[in-house]
Each structure stands twice: as structure tokens, then as C-alpha cells.
Design a protein around this ligand. Structure first.
Ligand code: MIG
Length: 821
């Protein structure tokens, strides 16, 4: 059996790896015969009855929508778009011999008439940014039919000229390196335990990428939830193309030229990540599974005994009654509420896993009706309240013939909710009272590709119908948005249940827009050095795809790790937004102390440092929320004009200021580090270096090479074992002056827990340092926002390789200056 499964897996990955569509065989859209102008854009009519619509959303954002051999349908619905009410943008149209030109202040979109080819140019310099390599096309004759997941679909595709030196980034969660040039990918949310580099697809679908050439970037978001394909110059050196097995050719074109600006626009379009509770930035620990309650308490007390920071502990699937979601096994967890209260006393929150599979459990006719107001604590034999409620209300997915769809997941035979139904989302959200009433802090959504043990390819779900806003569409269209809608139901439910608290959700699968509802982790990675090395391109690529809150199982999930690997893994993840050690059920224990004191001491150093850096991390997290620019960044995001950075994915930056170059191989005690232009301080020695070059650094196991950008100020707090254990007093501003002796920073703070920050409940303090004679003058601006922290001291420390100089004084909450002599 096990062998069959393994062979099946290999076969599956082989089959998915060798798709090769020749898109030149598709039917091309007809030539333009006429066009009409509306307030928001242009509509082109083509010789073959096709239509193409260009919609101006912003000066740097134009939507392209095409229908083939028919008029555009009136229905225009997407689960991922957050903003549809764009303010009117100034634009004009002109007809030239080349074609029809739609011009905004930043972008020119040229539609050539015959053949119909679209080109995007910089409005100021008229430089070409991106051009169709062949007209948009569709599979009129069914030449791709055989390879379609659902043969009722019609393949649609767009092809772009491939730049000689064009680089490609983003595309969400891919087990691949940072620059996606010369590779191709498929999007089809898939449960892929133990995936290796190159395995594709894996859990998530974010059909958004950016192209970068000559320092100029553009973005394309192909908003199509069908199984989709992206080829960045793999099948041909002539073109990069994207397509899908159904749905519309519908994409958004973003023009930068800066990547940060594109990410900002993408967040406007698909939604900004809300701030999670601040303790989500704390250290987290998980295991498949911690139970019973005494085991949970033991893990927490071990953490405290070992003086290791911990904010969150995860309960995997064994806390439930026979894997029934929204229930507690009260043999294992006698009193969940008492447990969460006890843990709260130690500064720890519980996160419980919630899978989409609801146990299929028809009740026998004469079984007593459940009347309890806390059904989650009642025995679910012979009635399981969640199944009964869902069934009564027809919330579960059905096949086209009307039968319930019954996949097999952890509870055995199960059912899935049709999350496209608003009433079902509402119900699912409200079910979370089974957790919130018992003091649970957050929700972990797993298996939401959705995974089905009967058949992981999705073929068993082919004829499953979803309501889909009345369209009643099938799995081919809905699979990739399943997790998005489940997370939405969860998020909205938590918001209703606890209106004054920020929801905290983590998810495995997702689609573009998932950042509005959930944070994510990269699924079942391996406890190997290769998997560790993949962390950086995966985290940074997710960040470049609009998902800032990312992380992976620290130490790796599958297989046997060791102390060196775990330590190096913490040296990557101690600055990742999501920092959680997690391990498979039959794996080896890997909590920080499991490999002995030598490793534990090093891990403690980094976990403590994470908590010290909390003011800095939280400030960069808020920037990600506000601007869409992720905190965990590839170097190229900060140094887009420096081609040396375009392929670097064994280093990363946190915000604008901190550069980290971890060791990603066993037995290495040093490495080369590329420092971008500017000056850099070694974090450990404060020695300064000129950038724009490679340097060689020592990195024994206790050291991760870290550099701070000259001109920056890193705010830090006292070390602590959980967030809120101590006041942020003193708040230290670590000043790294540039060559002129100047440095600046902004510190962002709020209450960390409530949605008040979305109004004015925050505090933004700007600090500027300049050299004055032999000393420095520090100016603190009057803070913005209404949030009032408790009274505290500011401590300013000017770093240098010699002794540091400092001054300490009260934060008066108004403009003030300090002198450092
Ligand atoms: O089929 O809940 O990725 O983190 O421990 C495996 C058990 C189901 C997969 C998740 C993993 C979790 C595990 N889950």
C-alpha cells in the first residue's frame, strides 16, 4: 500500500511536470473593427465577434478583459478583488496609424488593430514596458482538450515578448528560486507533503507576477481561478505566456517602475493585510499533536523553565472528538476554558486547527436531539451537531446529480462546506464560538486545498457544484478559491464573535486576496538543508505576491533534523513574521531544548533577540499592512537599480534596514555576503563596511551574519519571554549614523490587540539624528495618532566599532531634543 502511494506520488509529479502546451496552436482573437469609449475605458469589437475591454483603474493600473467569439458577459465577479470603486482617473484616447492609444499620466496602452496586439509603454518616456508576442488566444478547436482537468473548459492564453534580460518574480508559493525566468508553473492548490524544490504545484495559487528589466518593473495579475499556467520563457525564448483551462482572459496590468509601488497597488486591488494581534509576532510552538491538556501545560512550563520565549501553542487535530471540527475531546481536554485561562496566566495563547472536512455522520432516527448551549463539549455520538446543522441547511457541497459529495479526510467519510454560499460562510464563522468561548486565541486552517485522500488530484471532485453567486460552477473553477472563502468565513466569524479583537488565522492553501483574512505557512517541508534554503526564496516570493505574513515549520516538518539544522533554521525564522517550530506526528522531537544545551543556548539567543527587535518588527509589519510592501524582503526590492541583487536568494532584508545572510548548509562556518550600495554595520561588532561588493564573513553556529544599513535607527525593547511580559521601557533607539553622521527612523505602536489602529489609535514617532561637533543631536517629533503608551524612557545609543555613546531620558510625547556628547 505504502509503495503504491509512493509510486502514485512520483507518477503524479511526473505527469504534472511534463505538461507542454504549444500556445501558437490556439485560435487568435480577431482584428479590431471598431471601438467605443466609456467613462472608465474602451471596448473593442473584433472581426470574429470577440470583445476586448480596457478599464482604467488608476494611472498605473489598467485592466484587460477579453471574450472570444462572443460579447463580454455582463457577469463580472471575482472573489479576490477588494476594491472596485476607484476614483476617476484622468485619461485620454487617440487614434494613430499604429493603433488606438489609451493614455494616463503614467501609462500608455496601445491596441494594434490587425492583428490585435496590446502594448504597454511608459507615458513619459514612451519606452516599451511589455508587449503581446501574439494576439490573445483561445482553444476554439479543442487542441488542448486532452490535458484539461475538466474537458468542458476552454483554454485561454496571453503571450508577452520575453525580454533578453527580463527577470520574473512573485507567483506566490512556489518551491522554486527567487527569479522565475526560464521556468514554468501550474496553479492548482495541492496537498504535497515533503515537497522538494521543483515540485509544482503546491498549496497556493497567487496568479500575480512582476517582470523586471533595465530597472523597470511591471506587474500582471491574471485573475482566473481555473487551473492556470505561467511560462516565463521555458517553452520558447520568444515569449512569456500565461493561460488557464477555462474562464476569462482577465488580467490587471500594473506599472511601477518601482516594485514597491506595484505592491502598493496590488494591495489596493486585492486587499491590504490587516494587522494581526501583536502576539502573532511572538514565538510559536506546535506538534502533531500535543495532548492531553497536561502535556500542553508541560510544554509551556518547559519553555518557561528553559527561559525560552513563547507566545503561542498550537493544537493539532488530536484535541477533537474523532477529528470532528468544532468539538473538544473532553477525555483529553477536560476543561478547555480552564486550560486557556491557565496558559493566559503564563502569557500563552492557544491556536486550534480547523480542517474543512466535517465528519459525515447521519444520526439514527431516535437519537436524542442536542440542546446543549455548549455542544462542542458534549459527546458527538450519536449526533454530531455540525454535520446536522450543515445538512439541514444544505450547506454541504453536492455533485451535479444532487448527491452529497463525500471525500475522505481525517474523520473518515466527510463533507465539505460550499463556502461560496454567504449563509454557509456565516454559519461556519459563527461555529467558531466553540473556540472563542473557550478562550482560544487563533485558528489554523489546514487541508484546505481541499485535500481528499480518495484522490488528491481533484478528479474525484470534478462534478462538485458550488453556488458561486448563482453561476453554479464546478470544481475546475472553485478549487483554487476554496481556502480563500473558508478563511473569509473564519475571519468574518471571528470579527463578529470578538469585535474588539483582531482575528488571527493561519492557512495552508489560498488564492490572491488571502492576505485580507489570513497569514500563512509553507506546509509540510522537510527537515533538510535543501528545504531550509528554500525558505528564503519562498518567503520573499510570497512577499512579492502580496502575502507579507509568512513562515515555515522551523526545523522542518518531515524527517529527522538535528541540532545544527534546527539552530540554522531559527537563524532564518527568528525574523520571519511567522516563527513556529512544528513537527510531524511520527517525527523526532524538536523543541528548542531537544538537542542539548549547546544548541538550546544559541536558539535562546535568537528568540530573545526577536523579542528585543519587536518594536522594529512591528513597525515594518505595519508598513506591510499600509503599503503592501512586505517586511521579509529580497534585496532587489530595496535595491531595484542594482542588478547584482536580482538573483540573490540566500540573503534577505527585514524592512529597509536589516540585512541577514544565514548559513544554509551543514558544517559551514563562514560565507560570502553581498552588501548593496551604501555603508553597512556588522550587527555584532558594529564594524562598518562599504557596500556594492561581496565580503567574506565568519559565521560559526552561534552567529548569523547580520548587517544594518548606515543611516538607519533600529528600535528595540528589553528582552522578554512573551509579549506584554514587560513594558517597552526603556525603548532603545540604536543609531547607525551614515557618513554624514545622520540617521532617521519611524517607530509605529498601537494597542496591539484591537482594531483601533484602523481609526487613529496608533502612535507614530519620528526620530532624526545628526552629527553636531563631536556629538549628536537627536530630534524626536511630536507623535502622530491618539494611542498613548504607558510612560517610559527613550534610550539613544550611537553605534560605532569603538565604545557606544548614549543618552537616556523620558518620552514626553511631544517634540523634544536630546544631545549625545
Ligand atoms: O494530513 O493535522 O500541513 O502541519 O500537522 C496531514 C496534521 C494533516 C498537515 C499539516 C501539518 C499538520 C498535519 N496536517
Amino acid at each position: 500500500m505504502k509503495r503504491c502511494v509512493t509510486i502514485g506520488f512520483c507518477l503524479l509529479s511526473f505527469v504534472t511536470a511534463c505538461w507542454a502546451q504549444d500556445i501558437t496552436k490556439l485560435e487568435r482573437i480577431g482584428s479590431v473593427v471598431s471601438f467605443t469609449k466609456s467613462d472608465t475605458g474602451l471596448l473593442f469589437n473584433c472581426a470574429d465577434k470577440s470583445q476586448v475591454q480596457l478599464t482604467v483603474l488608476a494611472p498605473d493600473l489598467v485592466r484587460v478583459r477579453a471574450s472570444f467569439a462572443r460579447a463580454l458577459p455582463a457577469r463580472d465577479h471575482s472573489w479576490s478583488i477588494a476594491k472596485t470603486d476607484w476614483p476617476a482617473t484622468k485619461w485620454s484616447v487617440s487614434e494613430t496609424p499604429e493603433g488606438v492609444l489609451l493614455i494616463t499620466d503614467e501609462l500608455e496602452t496601445l491596441v494594434r488593430r490587425a492583428p490585435l496586439l496590446i502594448e504597454f509603454r511608459d507615458a513619459k518616456t514612451h519606452t516599451l514596458i511589455n508587449a503581446d508576442e501574439q494576439p490573445m488566444a483561445y482553444d476554439a478547436k479543442g487542441v488542448f482538450k486532452e490535458m484539461l482537468f475538466d474537458q468542458r473548459g476552454t483554454f485561454v492564453a496571453a503571450a508577452k515578448k520575453l525580454g533578453f534580460d527580463e527577470h520574473f518574480y512573485g507567483l506566490g508559493e512556489k518551491a522554486a528560486r527567487l527569479d522565475k525566468r526560464r521556468s514554468s508553473f501550474v496553479n492548482w492548490n495541492s496537498d504535497t507533503p515533503g515537497y522538494l524544490e521543483g515540485r509544482d504545484p503546491i498549496y497556493q495559487t497567487i496568479p500575480f507576477y512582476t517582470g523586471l528589466e533595465d530597472g523597470r518593473a511591471y506587474g500582471i495579475f491574471f485573475d482566473n481561478s481555473y487551473r492556470s499556467y505561467f511560462d516565463f520563457g521555458k517553452s520558447s525564448q520568444k515569449r512569456a505566456w500565461f493561460g488557464a483551462e477555462g474562464g476569462e482572459l482577465n488580467y490587471y496590468f500594473f506599472y511601477g517602475p518601482s516594485l514597491k509601488k506595484i505592491l502598493n497597488r496590488y494591495a489596493d486591488l486585492t486587499g491590504h493585510m490587516p494587522l494581526p494581534p501583536i502576539w502573532a509576532l511572538g514565538n510559536q510552538q506546535s506538534r502533531w499533536s500535543y495532548y492531553p491538556d497536561t502535556m500542553v501545560e508541560r510544554v509551556v512550563s518547559e519553555y518557561r523553565k528553559h527561559d525560552l520565549p513563547l507566545d503561542v501553542l498550537h493544537l493539532d487535530i488530536d484535541y477533537m472528538q474523532g477529528y470532528r471540527v468544532f468539538t473538544w475531546d473532553t477525555q483529553r481536554f477536560t476543561n478547555p476554558k480552564a486550560l486557556t485561562e491557565k496558559l493566559a496566566g503564563q502569557g500563552v495563547k492557544l491556536v486550534t486547527i480547523v480542517d474543512p472536512g466535517v465528519k459525515y455522520q447521519p444520526a439514527s432516527k431516535n437519537a436524542a436531539v442536542i440542546t446543549s448551549t455548549t455542544p462542542e463539549l458534549e459527546l458527538q455520538e450519536p449526533r454530531y451537531y455540525v454535520f446536522e446543522q450543515g445538512l439541514q441547511n444544505s450547506f454541504f457541497q453536492k455533485r451535479e446529480n444532487g448527491d452529497l459529495f463525500i471525500p475522505r479526510v481525517w474523520p473518515g467519510e466527510s463533507v465539505f462546506v460550499d463556502f461560496t454560499l454567504p449563509a454557509a460562510r456565516n454559519w461556519w464563522g459563527s461555529l467558531h464560538r466553540a473556540y472563542t468561548d473557550n478562550g482560544v486565541g487563533g485558528i489554523w486552517n489546514d487541508m484546505n486545498e481541499p485535500s481528499d485522500f480518495v484522490d488528491q488530484s481533484g478528479k474525484n471532485q470534478l462534478d462538485v457544484v458550488s453556488y458561486d453567486e448563482g453561476e453554479k460552477s464546478t470544481h475546475a473553477k472553485n478549487r483554487n478559491v476554496f481556502a480563500l472563502l473558508m478563511a473569509r468565513a473564519t475571519y468574518e466569524g471571528l470579527e463578529r464573535l470578538r469585535p474588539n479583537q483582531r482575528p488571527y488565522i493561519i492557512t495552508r492553501a489560498g488564492y490572491a486576496g488571502i492576505q485580507r483574512y489570513s497569514t500563512m505557512w509553507t506546509g509540510d517541508s522537510n527537515s533538510t538543508w535543501d528545504a531550509l534554503a528554500l525558505n528564503i526564496p519562498m518567503f520573499t516570493s510570497l512577499g512579492l505576491s502580496g502575502e507579507p505574513f509568512v513562515g515555515s515549520d522551523v526545523g522542518g516538518f518531515m524527517g529527522r533534523g538535528n541540532g545544527d539544522l534546527l539552530t540554522r533554521s531559527y537563524q532564518v525564522s527568528f525574523l520571519a513574521p511567522f516563527c513556529r517550530n512544528h513537527k510531524v506526528i511520527d517525527g523526532y522531537d524538536q523543541e528548542p531544548w531537544r538537542f542539548g544545551k549547546y544548541y538550546e543556548d544559541i536558539i535562546r539567543k535568537y528568540l530573545k533577540l526577536r523579542y528585543q527587535l519587536l518594536p522594529f518588527l512591528y513597525t515594518t509589519l505595519e508598513e506591510a499592512h499600509r503599503s503592501g510592501v512586505p517586511l521579509f524582503r529580497p534585496l532587489l526590492l530595496n535595491y531595484q537599480d542594482d542588478p547584482n541583487t536580482y538573483n540573490i536568494d540566500d540573503e534577505f532584508m527585514i524592512g529597509d534596514d536589516l540585512l541577514v545572510a544565514p548559513i544554509l548548509k551543514p558544517d559551514l562556518t563562514g560565507r560570502l555576503v553581498y552588501l548593496p550600495p551604501g555603508r553597512w554595520y556588522d550587527y555584532w561588532s558594529n564594524k562598518s563596511y562599504a557596500g556594492g561588493t561581496m565580503i567574506s564573513v565568519e559565521a560559526p553556529l552561534e552567529t548569523v551574519p547580520m548587517f544594518v544599513r548606515a543611516g538607519s535607527i533600529i528600535p528595540t525593547a528589553p528582552a522578554m519571554n512573551y509579549i506584554g511580559e514587560k513594558p517597552l521601557d526603556p525603548l532603545t533607539f540604536n543609531v547607525y549614523p551614515d557618513e554624514k553622521g545622520a540617521a532617521t527612523a519611524t517607530l509605529y505602536e498601537d494597542d496591539g490587540l484591537t482594531p483601533a489602529y484602523t481609526q487613529s489609535g496608533f502612535r507614530r514617532t519620528t526620530v532624526a539624528v545628526r552629527r553636531a561637533g563631536i556629538g549628536y543631536i537627536v530630534t524626536v517629533s511630536t507623535p502622530q495618532g491618539t494611542y498613548q503608551p504607558a510612560s517610559r524612557k527613550f534610550n539613544f545609543v550611537v553605534k560605532s566599532s569603538g565604545p557606544s555613546r548614549s543618552v537616556i531620558g523620558p518620552d514626553k510625547g511631544s517634540e523634544q531634543t536630546f544631545r549625545i556628547n
